[in-house]
Ligand binder design. Sequence first.
Ligand code: SAM
Length: 252
Amino acid sequence: MKREDLDYNAAEFAPEEDNVFGRIAGRYDRLCDIFSFGIHRQWKSKMARAMAREQASFILDVASGTGDIPLRYLRQKKRNPDARLLVSDICPEMLEVAQGKLEGKDDGLRFKVLNAYDMASIEDNSVDLYSISFAMKICDRELVLKEAFRVLKPGGTFFCLEASQIPIRFIHNAYLAYMDWCMPIIGRLAAEGDASAYQYLLKGVHDFPNQRELAEEIRRYGFMDVSFESLTFGITALHRAVKPPFAGVGTP
Ligand SMILES: C[S@@+](CC[C@H](N)C(=O)[O-])C[C@H]1O[C@@H](n2cnc3c(N)ncnc32)[C@H](O)[C@@H]1O
């Protein structure tokens, strides 16, 4: 898929054209801590706690990166002791880091290279809980949502943690100005001169829909009971949605 085809891709990122995550995999965790002053850990823990409240036996974490969401979900797993968790990413280097962090922590863990747009090896209506964090802004949302809807069981739950908007416009603009100013400097230093990672993420942060717009998009692709919680004044938001219990296979 070429970059110009990605209408719903806020960052205009095409992994086939730029293996940026492959290049920064070993430094990704450090970059997250630096860019967010460590707050990403709280956001991810919040998502994992919300996921653990769902009854689920097959959990699919998509675009898992270095495995932060699965790592935190496992800490809550006593609530779903028999759950199987598939950790996936399109980038083998990122998945390798995740594997290093998670391997041996749980018998129900599996790892697989998967493209969120086309997960042919995952059957229709087979997943109880689908999660994606900080990847939606660099993906084509239409393709991600359609594929999430296909693989989820009727009644299954969708979670998305992503950059969002602070509702007070001038504060949001000040936040964006800060990101525009500091991300290139910190990003260049921490990524040892590789500018592309923060450029995609920055573009994604600028052009991603706000909480309500994303909720509306999720609804448009067939989900029901769409809700969201703004985190840290709306810098990020956690969306939850349900595939309708009587939905057909694949098509909303
Ligand atoms: C910003 S990282 C987020 C990683 C992790 N979920 C987290 O919250 O830290 C984005 C991840 O999305 C992955 N990714 C990008 N496009 C993808 C796609 N089409 N399918 C699956 N993974 C994708 C990248 O390889 C990268 O690991």
